[in-house]
Design a protein around this ligand. Structure first.
Ligand SMILES: C[C@H](O)[C@H](O)[C@H]1CNC2=NC(N)=NC(=O)C2=N1
Length: 120
């Protein structure tokens, strides 16, 4: 039986999120992040990207999908709270879903009909 990763203190989690993951917040024994999206198709695409990272990481969030948002909740089941695994996967999710392309990539057109991930 593998040793569950150690729980992080709330203050340490809050400090890390403030410094490295400002769009995330601690909600009790989880960390949470909402991505606003331009519609159901956008939500599903973003959820797919998160699902891929979770399976590769072997660390799985709770996802809530809605027509205009994707809610992500992370905690480490084996430890009963927030561990370094949650922070690490949150960082990978942020790098992927919030990623903004640079030239020569043009990025999603601004026209409303193409609305995908709304950058807060
Ligand atoms: C059964 C157990 O959940 C699994 O072995 C792995 C995979 N994914 C997981 N995901 C999360 N969030 N926490 C875990 O402890 C975990 N453990």
């Amino acid at each position: 039986m593998r040793t569950p990763p150690p729980l992080l203190e709330d203050a340490a989690v809050d400090a890390h999120l403030a410094q490295a993951l400002p769009a995330w917040r601690r909600d009790g024994r989880s960390i949470v992040r909402t991505f606003r999206t331009g519609g159901w198709k956008a939500t599903m695409l973003a959820a797919g990207a998160v699902a891929h990272l979770a399976e590769v990481a072997w660390h799985h969030p709770t996802l809530t999908l809605a027509y205009d948002r994707l809610d992500i909740r992370l905690d480490t089941h084996e430890s009963g709270g927030i561990t370094g695994r949650d922070l690490a996967l949150a960082a990978a999710i942020e790098r992927t879903v919030a990623w903004q392309p640079e030239a020569p990539l043009e990025g999603t057109p601004q026209a409303p009909r193409f609305a995908y991930i709304r950058q807060e």
